[in-house]
Design a protein around this ligand. Sequence first.
Ligand SMILES: [Zn+2]
Length: 408
Amino acid sequence: MERQIYQARWVFPVNGPPLEDGIVEIEGTRIAAVYGGAHSRAIDLGNVALVPGLINAHTHLEFSQLRAPLEPAAPFTDWIRAIMKSRFETEQPVTERIQQGISECLSAGTTTVGEIATSEESLRLFNADSQVPRAVVFRECLGFTPDRKASQEQVAAAFLEEPIRPEALPRLFPGLSPHAPYSVHPDLYLNLIQQARDQGVPVAVHLGETSAEYDLLERKEGAFVDLLSELGLWDPEILQDGMRMTDYLAPLAELPAALAVHGNYFGPPEWEFLQGAPAISVVYCPRTHHYFGHPAHPWLTMIEQGINVALGTDSRASNPDLSLWKELLFLREICPQVPTELILECGTLAGARALGFAEETGSLEVGKAADLALIQLPEEAGGGTGSDLLLDSRSDVARVMLNGVWIN
Ligand SMILES: [Zn+2]
């Protein structure tokens, strides 16, 4: 089989240091060699960097038609009210909205996504086409009152039975997403996680996104009590006394892979728990976090403690676009002291670990899938090292390769 051989000014394998004048060889759908140096048959891609395809570990593609984040951004419960209203008012078919989101992800260099879906449509779209990102599609379940338990468990079971084409299998898996502690009854929460455990599939939950969530769990008061009361769903008996965030994390530790999405307000109790629970990753959504105006995110503290931190865009309801590349540039801007290699790892290999795809993608390693993003570097004579240049604000995703095929 004819190899594709590319030379780039910089290659970032992620599992090792950046290579100046790097070569990546691809055979079929797989990476066959990665090294610094030269090759007589290499196609010179010029002033670019090759990085692993980016991994957007948290998004909701069914909101991809939104042109701007929904308002108001605060208080969070008012944003929830706005999103409930938007869901009701949208006329564009859900398949079109998800398609739009898939195209947007690809053009931003994203080759793997952790997608939250409220129907089977997303799973079917990812299943039907081969030129789509690798994905875990998590079926979202909501139900705060006990009467919703049975129907939501059936929804989850039916979703996990959706047929997946054998060709799509290594790139597509279903998962479950009990939405959040303020929207899912504790018994339903545990039952859904048990279902996922029985089927060996991953789970994603929004946890620790706001301080109001802690008011609800620890003291049964605050903005979520007001929202649930307004919806006619509040019953103080539903939450057992003294329920803690770590009680929501604990059952996730038993799964093959689990995402604690956001973790904006996680502190020492959650960090300590997560250190002993390697199956759970935290997904930090930098620009969404910024949109809501939360205090600084503890992602670096968690990484120092050995916790896997992946990155996500979340949806266009809280982010102007779905570009994971822009999340990396944003982190460079707000955390200039953090090494480029660490930021890139969060957007690639850490995401692959989080979604259970680390054997297949996340780094440029021999044998892994040939999923790549090609980054155009700024034109600057004598410019700095690859690490200085990669996340320069002028760098941008120019092309993306999926499974050994350039798709744009
Ligand atoms: Zn979300």
